[in-house]
Design a protein around this ligand. Structure first.
Ligand SMILES: Nc1ncnc2c1ncn2[C@@H]1O[C@H](COP(=O)(O)OP(=O)(O)OP(=O)(O)O)[C@@H](O)[C@H]1O
Length: 549
């Protein structure tokens, strides 16, 4: 027999002996515990007895002991009685099982208590909310998910609560979100008629959809994706290697659209440039582009020299010239289309091919123009914005939400499709969309997340597809590849091999000043020889197409 087996057997024997000993000595331990208990009791009584009564007490005890001793079998009965009482007193007290507090109960109580200062009325004789009230009087239909998080709740509130005031509502929504968890978005459905508020925690929108060709009709642009309540249809989307159906937020453009122009506002770094890039990639297969990069960060350099891209401007002078050209092109198209309508002829393709003017942070150029005493480029947008619908000219204006006041009234009035990205605060979002949003955002807003409002429809949640700058080396490679795959190329992909040897710095982008016909291949020096021409004072060099792929 091996040593290990010997040791194992010895261990088993010792364990068994220990168990037996414990069983055997259990009554003794019980009685010992009881005797200790009695001794403690006796000591406590003795300490509590006043000194002048201790002598008589001792005397009585001694008399009792003598009496017992004299009784037949007295000492035996006394010892038996002492042992029995010690055994009784030595029982382990049963630990009273503390009632396990119900987590949902605690949460609802906390929410009720937090809402009480806002919903209680001092003169209410039978208040729904009071400090000693019960949440069950005011709450109904609560639901928790598997992790114990509140997912749905209906609360009643007194009729005197000012539920028509956005500030009063916002206070309640903040309290609810604080107690139910700020990590999720909540929909607040205020039923003013019956004084009830329904709260629903919303599942997070999917954030892993990359740029790709979307299945849409001509003129439709997928701004992003929403929840099933926010869209009436779904489209097939490649997501994590499989094709799934997702509800898109679709913006219809063109002559029949009631919202022919788009205003995108966002907190810094929230993804407005990415949304502009996503729109450009969807517009390019069927239309032409003029891009103004007001911040001059080269975010849209990947579009330079692409077929269909007239120009990508970063300077004040270039932007001014490009927008002026778009305005004149709008007028030219209107004349051509009117003439075709009068004669009943089919309008020429150069008047019907969609033309897109994409402006990224243009108010920075406006500021520069004001500082230098030049005309504001935004003023030139009047014609494309007012007449663009008939002329198939679409304007997309993306700006920092904090610069909203610097956006011209014409732009604000004519851009009826609106997107707000990032966490900008409920009031700013409501002002930007032109209506209050009944959804409270989560504390951490993912990139490209926000709200879209097309015309007078209710705002919907929006997640923009990830469309990073392909020249941004910090963006994930597979997302950049997806963008590159959508960029149109002049001939073949062999340009990548040819370009690195001598990357061409394009000249000042060709923007015809007053060209009667449109054509990206017709470079016309804007402002040349014009005494009122704007000098390129902004330090923004011409965008260099960097062939990083
Ligand atoms: N939908 C998205 N999914 C994933 N990443 C995104 C998304 N949108 C933007 N990003 C990333 O967030 C960063 C900022 O995006 P972007 O430059 O588009 O924001 P912006 O609002 O234009 O910023 P700025 O205010 O600086 O102009 C980039 O790294 C971009 O790749």
């Amino acid at each position: 027999m091996s040593l290990t087996r010997h040791l194992g057997k010895g261990r088993d024997l010792a364990r068994t002996a220990g168990d037996h000993a414990a069983d055997m000595f259990a009554p003794l331990a019980l009685i010992g515990r009881g005797l200790r208990h009695h001794a403690d009791w006796a000591k406590a009584r003795w300490a509590a007895t006043p000194k002048d009564r201790r002598g008589p007490t001792l005397f009585l005890l001694a008399a009792a002991a003598v009496g017992i001793f004299l009784l037949p079998h007295g000492p035996l009965f006394t010892v038996a009685a002492l042992m029995a009482s010690a055994a009784w007193a030595g029982r382990r007290p049963k630990t009273p099982s503390a009632p396990v507090p119900d987590a949902g109960d605690l949460k609802l109580t906390a929410l009720y208590t937090a809402l009480t200062p806002y919903l209680a009325g001092p003169d209410d004789l039978s208040p729904l909310y009071s400090l000693d009230g019960q949440y069950k009087n005011a709450f109904a239909d609560w639901q928790f998910d598997g992790e114990g998080r509140l997912t749905a709740l209906e609360i009643a509130y007194p009729a005197y609560f000012t539920d028509t005031e956005p500030a009063a509502r916002a206070r309640i929504e903040q309290v609810v979100q604080g107690k139910a968890g700020r990590a999720r978005e909540y929909r607040f459905d205020w039923d003013e008629e019956s004084n009830r508020l329904r709260i629903t925690a919303l599942a997070p929108l999917t954030a892993d959809i990359a740029a790709q060709p979307f299945v849409t009709s001509p003129g439709e642009i997928v701004l992003g994706f929403t929840d099933t309540a926010g869209s009436r249809r779904t489209i097939p989307v490649r997501q994590a290697g499989v094709t799934v159906q997702q509800p898109p937020v679709v913006w219809r453009t063109g002559p029949r659209s009631a919202e022919p122009h788009l205003l995108v506002l966002g907190a810094p770094g929230s993804g407005t440039s990415s949304l502009l890039r996503s729109i450009a990639l969807q517009a390019l297969p069927t239309g032409d582009l003029v891009v103004i990069d007001g911040a001059g960060t080269g975010e849209h350099a990947c579009l330079v020299n692409r077929p269909g891209v007239h120009t990508v401007e970063t300077s004040l002078r270039g932007a001014h010239a490009a927008i002026e050209w778009v305005a004149k092109e709008t007028e030219r198209r209107l004349i051509v289309l009117n003439a075709a309508r009068h004669t009943g002829a089919t309008p020429p393709e150069d008047a019907t091919r969609p033309l897109w003017l994409l402006l990224d942070h243009p108010t920075e150029l406006s500021e520069l123009a004001h500082a230098e005493g030049h005309p504001d480029p935004q003023d030139l947008l009047e014609i494309p914005l007012r007449h663009g619908r008939a002329a198939r000219v679409t304007v997309v204006f993306a700006e920092d939400i904090e610069a909203r006041e610097r956006i011209s009234p014409t732009v604000r009035a004519t851009t009826r499709a609106k997107v707000v990205l990032g966490s900008a605060g409920q009031e700013a979002v409501a002002a930007a969309l032109g209506t209050a949003v009944d959804i409270a955002p989560a504390a951490l807003t993912p990139l490209g997340r926000g709200y879209a409002r097309i015309g007078a429809a209710a705002p919907v949640r929006l997640q923009v597809p990830a469309t990073p700058d392909p020249l941004d080396e910090e963006a994930p490679a597979h997302l950049r590849e997806a963008v590159i795959a959508l960029l149109p190329h002049r001939d073949t992909r062999t340009e990548a091999a040819a370009a690195p040897a001598a990357p061409p710095i394009p000249p000042v982008p060709p923007v015809p000043a007053a060209a009667p016909t449109v054509g990206p291949a017709e470079p016309v020096e804007v402002g040349a020889g014009d005494p009122g021409a704007i000098e390129p004072t902004k330090d923004a060099p011409a965008v260099r197409p960097r062939p990083a792929w």
